[in-house]
Design a binder for this molecule. Structure first.
Ligand SMILES: Cc1ncc(COP(=O)(O)O)c(C=O)c1O
Length: 392
């Protein structure tokens, strides 16, 4: 039986060997390697600049965008921060009302919280239904005369719901509202034909979710939008993101985009089959409640809550069996913080007992069978641990 079963691909994915090979010449200082600062005017710097430009051209071509519409960032968090702070602050003289959903990643929600608390913006956080879906009708009703910016994620990281972003984007365009989508969980799992498919003015992407390196991402920004910078100290990225470019990470991001995004790394048919087997096993356990929708959602994500225990006991119990899962978003793991997503879908009492299995391209039927066979016992033990702790 396999002893390490990784079912946490929504948290991160392993770096692909071919992507790593593409990055290697940019990491070392050996002869013929590319280590210069793209901003230096000498030939070593110019060589790095040429390869940075080439990477931007490739990313733009892949996404069907202009090179000037790509800003390389340190990942999804920075892309979201730049989109939200950068646009809200740019547009504040036109209006100070913003719209988002209640199940965004914290890298979105906390930006809106900050703008509301410290910079005088009004924020509408749209509710979702039991499947985590934002209603386009609710979005339309939330629009005010002073609404200038909105952000709704493409795919939810905790329960996998796919949002109607293209419809929301169309509505925003009609009402001249700048629209951003956090597509971090979409890339590598759902098809990307063209960045225009999201109908968004800004789109966040993160490399380590599709077998690229950590610390690499990009923000697509439709021209001629020019968000206020959130980092200062240099004119990099066309005056939009100060700081010497992380060329190895950028090369890895682009290589991973080209290799894993267009024909999704997650083979839908295979993964749906495996995820359905897992979901059926979960549904057979009395204490469990499936919370990930089985349609209109990421095929790889199976999430459920468990009565009579909590996320920490469940994660520990799974880990003892060699199974890697998550309890909510990766940043909240390790703490007993409730899942705001589970609370938002109307299950507040169960919000600290979430288990998320997210499957990936290496997941096998044998692994899923093993997880299904040990899951009832893991849950029983976690519930017993909870009861013992409450007697102390
Ligand atoms: C939907 C979503 N947005 C943003 C992020 C942040 O990405 P990173 O932590 O790599 O910056 C994540 C990471 O889990 C995510 O799932």
């Amino acid at each position: 039986m396999p002893r390490s079963i990784y079912l946490d691909y929504n948290a991160t994915t392993p770096l692909d060997p071919a992507v790593r090979d593409a990055m290697l010449p940019f990491l070392g200082g050996g002869v013929g390697e590319i280590w210069g600062n793209p901003s230096s005017v000498h030939h070593v710097g110019r060589k790095a600049r040429a390869l940075l430009d080439d990477a931007r051209d490739r990313a733009a071509k892949f996404l069907g965008a202009k090179p000037s519409e790509i800003i390389f960032t340190s990942g999804g968090t920075e892309a979201n921060n730049l989109a939200i702070f950068g646009m809200a602050r740019l547009l504040k003289t036109k209006g100070k009302h913003l719209i988002t959903s209640s199940i965004e990643h914290h890298a979105v929600l906390q930006c809106f919280d900050y703008l509301e608390k410290n910079e005088g913006f009004a924020v509408t956080r749209l509710p979702v239904n039991a499947d985590g879906l934002v209603s386009v009708g609710d979005f339309q009703k939330a629009i005010r005369n002073d609404t200038v910016f909105a952000s709704v994620m493409a795919a939810n990281n905790e329960i996998g719901t796919l949002q109607p972003v293209a419809e929301i984007g169309a509505l925003c365009r009609e009402r001249e509202i700048v629209f951003h989508t956090d597509a971090v969980q979409w890339f590598g799992k759902e098809p990307v034909e063209n960045i225009g498919q999201f109908n968004a003015d800004l789109v966040s992407v993160c490399a380590h979710k599709f077998h690229g390196p950590k610390g690499a991402g990009l923000l697509y920004i439709k021209s001629p939008l020019h968000p206020n910078p959130i980092l200062f100290g240099g004119g990099h990225e066309n005056e939009r993101r100060a700081g010497t470019e992380n060329l190895p990470a950028i090369i890895g991001l682009v290589a991973a985009l080209e290799k894993f995004v267009k024909s999704p790394v997650f083979d839908h048919a295979k993964l749906k089959l495996l995820a359905d087997v897992l979901a059926a096993a979960v549904e057979k356990i009395k204490a469990c409640e499936l919370v990930s929708p089985r349609t209109n959602s990421l095929a790889n994500t199976v999430s459920f809550t468990v009565r009579g225990t909590d996320g920490i006991a469940l994660m520990a119990g799974l880990d003892v069996e060699g199974i890697c899962a998550s309890s909510g978003s990766a940043c909240a793991a390790g703490s007993l913080e409730q899942s705001h997503v589970i609370a938002a879908i109307g299950r507040k009492e169960e919000a600290n007992s979430l288990v998320r299995f997210s499957l990936g391209r290496k997941t096998t039927a044998e692994e899923i069978d093993w997880v299904c066979s040990v899951l009832p016992e893991v849950i029983r033990r976690a519930q017993l641990a909870g009861k013992a702790a409450s007697r102390l």
